[in-house]
Design a protein around this ligand. Sequence first.
Ligand SMILES: [Zn+2]
Length: 394
Amino acid sequence: MKTTLLTDLTVEKICAGFEFSAAEGKGLFGWGGKLTIQPEYQRNYLYAQNDGEKEKAVIDSILKGYPIGLLYFNKPRADEEKYEVLDGQQRITSLGRYIKNLFSVSVEGHQQYYSSLAQNLREKFLQTRLTIYICEGTEDEIKAWFKTINIAGIPLNQQEILNSVYSGDFITLAKAEFSNSQNSKLYRWKNYVRGNVLRQDFLRTAFEWLVQSSDDKKIGEYMSLHRWDKNIDELKKYFVAVINWIEKIFPDTKDEMCGLDWGRLYNLYHESIYDIAEVKAEVEKLYEDDAVTNKRGIFEYILGGKTETKLLHIRFFEESTKKTVYARQTNAAKSKGVSNCPLCAIGKNKNSTKIYKYSEMDADHVTAWSRGGETSIKNCEMLCKNHNRAKGNV
Ligand SMILES: [Zn+2]
């Protein structure tokens, strides 16, 4: 990776042409238009939170002559004098906002907006030199390095790092669709996708569904291959197909649908045929069944043909039920001289007369829950652990 250290750029130069977008909540451009301040992160400006404590600290540092730390710019294309802030967007936005009179700081005990600063202080502020690294390199280099510098401040998440590494036409379009809090489709997507749109969680999900993996490497490969594409058709089409499929199979939206692994479920089951009315009735039935303790598992259970009861975390028998059944079974077994495990009792080996301790047994549904058996004392029997395990599913 090629890095160039610049030490002659001043606050004035970097803030030339600065614009703050209140609607988007971010700083846009600087350095006379050459610098994109919040390129692929789409992270809102966060320094104004908590009474602007952090943005005030940036201005205070400059006025006192303290360093504000290194700034890192990325130069995505060798043939263009365009830069993007990789690290330092919050600090640069603080500087720009101060010059725009968007907040004041305390100077020797008095609140001062930029426009009210004494002339000499204003000059000092504008002429302060910043320390900037310009980085050019391969994706791998920038990525490796970026992970290293990203240890301080508000850490970027994995997708934000990938966005910076593969910044370009494709990701700009992808973000306009998937990282845009103003996108009117979000209200539908939020039923199924969990997370923060501004922290790239929806974009991340779109990639994960499309590449069928949550592996950074796989997603990075795709982003790299399409970096300069002028459309996001494939990404969009796949995402929409998954959403449409969910809405078709499960037209009634439930809170528990949010954040399920829909990409995997779509892959496995989108070619299966379902009777929508039957699915709807089944969902309602399982929602009303108290024994189903994992409502989130209902959707996959139905899609998979209602065999994986373990997805539903069927409620266990109460301790008091188990103890009552144990006592009853054990007394009866002792009087007959057989094992208190009914399955051992009908066996031929030495266990056929074994009396197990309570701790050596587990409760079992006599009629399986999946065949309509209740989780009640009437349908409870105690089996030795071996037999219970062998009998398997509830
Ligand atoms: Zn047994």
